[in-house]
Design a binder for this molecule. Structure first.
Ligand code: C5P
Length: 399
């Protein structure tokens, strides 16, 4: 199934008859999970209305470069930074010429100049225009700039000609967009990730827990899935939705989490969950009544899930997390050693719990790597890349 979950895509539409097919493309991108913002050139609006794309994308369509209202909402530089991909479909011969020369006379070409995200274009034009030497030179220039050229296809054209120049079908373009993100770094690798808090029951209505939101674990599950891994997410109670491609196992307590993790196969185990270290020694079968002025709760230690898995005979590649409030590196390195981990990500608990963004430093036996503050989505992608690299290296050392 096509996945573009969490991806932020600018869908650029230029003036050509194939613009009507961009409506279907927009719908497919959204269905695959992308957040889509549509930018049209003024001539594209002669072929299809901006209202169509506003309705499909749920976002205001931008057309003019010098648009006070649009600039006040999300300026063109901000929009260029927002994008994970700029996909121009259809891309007219004129637009391809502008793009190849780095011109910035309309909003769409300006965005292409201002972005650091990948750019892909799906050309659509008459076969003679396609074959024209100027167009071919412009396309070469795009390819040299690492701009992906998707298609075109050959066949009957709107003008009655037959030949190369038809825009690829929306399904093919959506798939090509997904391929841009498919790093494949973890293709075929089985990963188990724990996420969220655990709840340790006191009685039928009360429990001990913590502030973990699960956002980091869920972001890692998504990033690992996008990198080609087969992911099982063992999650404590959170209010997040797991990507449909990920197998979700919902648990409450630490002991349930351990049971779930022990039966799961996997090449890599990533333990992000904020597992309660202690649980009440006894769970009252009825609600405890408030008679006395004080109450003592007798706690016993929970199993250390990560340590048990890491110290087992058939251990997978083990990745831990350390949320600390002080001596971050020292405690992280101690956990790396004590739990015999392959890799640990450490950060400041206060700056991470329940937050949208995070920063962290990775430590392993012979190295470390700092990750600057960024959204958990983007941090997760970078973490997954490092995990994939260290995992591959561990396999080479094994053999
Ligand atoms: O020792 P500490 O609890 O700080 O270790 C943190 C790491 O161990 C995290 O990766 C966490 O998910 C994991 N952990 C665990 N089981 C526990 C406690 C922590 O898997 N009972």
């Amino acid at each position: 199934m096509l996945s573009l979950s969490n991806k932020q895509i600018i869908l650029g539409i230029t003036g050509g008859i194939a613009a009507y097919k961009a409506a279907e493309l927009c719908r497919l991108l959204i269905k695959a999970g992308a957040d889509v913002r549509v930018v049209m050139t003024p001539s594209a609006t002669e072929f299809i209305t901006s209202l169509t794309f506003q309705a499909l994308s749920g976002n205001r369509v931008q057309i003019e470069l010098l648009d006070e209202e649009a600039e006040a909402a999300m300026g063109h530089i901000e929009l260029a930074r927002w994008a994970d991909l700029i996909l121009v479909a259809p891309a007219s011969a004129n637009f391809i010429a502008r793009l190849s020369q780095g011109r910035a006379e309309d909003l769409l070409s300006t965005l292409c100049l201002a972005t650091t995200a990948p750019i892909a274009v799906a050309p659509a034009m008459n076969q003679a225009m396609w074959r024209n030497e100027n167009t071919q030179e412009n396309l070469q220039a795009l390819k040299q700039k690492d701009i992906a050229v998707l298609g075109p296809a050959s066949g009957e054209q709107a003008c009655g000609d037959v030949g190369l120049g038809r825009m690829l079908e929306p399904e093919e373009i959506a798939q090509a967009a997904a391929d841009v993100f498919e790093t494949g770094e973890l293709a075929g690798v089985e990963i188990t990730i724990t996420a969220g808090p655990t709840r340790e029951a006191i009685d039928p209505v009360r429990y001990i827990s913590n502030h973990s939101s699960g956002k980091m674990g869920y972001a890692l599950a998504r990033a690992a899935m996008e990198a080609g891994a087969k992911v099982v997410l063992v999650s404590g109670p959170v209010s997040l939705q797991a990507p449909p491609q990920v197998k979700l196992v919902s648990v409450e307590s630490a002991r349930q989490m351990l049971d779930a993790c022990q039966v799961l196969p996997g090449d890599i185990f990533i333990s992000v969950a904020a597992v309660a270290d202690y649980r009440p020694a006894n769970i009252a079968s009825e609600k405890i009544k408030k008679h006395a002025d004080t109450m003592e709760l007798n706690l016993v230690k929970n199993p250390d899930i990560l340590a048990q898995i890491s110290l087992s005979a058939m251990r997978p590649f083990c990745v831990g997390f350390a949320a600390e409030t002080e001596n971050i590196e020292e405690y992280a390195r101690k956990k790396l050693q004590d739990k015999k981990l392959d890799l640990i990500f450490a950060n400041n608990a206060a700056a991470t719990f329940n937050s949208e963004s995070a920063l962290a430093t990775a430590y392993w036996k012979n190295g470390e790597h700092p990750f600057p503050q960024s959204s958990k989505t983007s941090l997760a992608r970078d973490m997954v890349s490092l995990i994939a690299r260290c995992y591959r290296e561990s396999k080479i050392t094994e053999t």
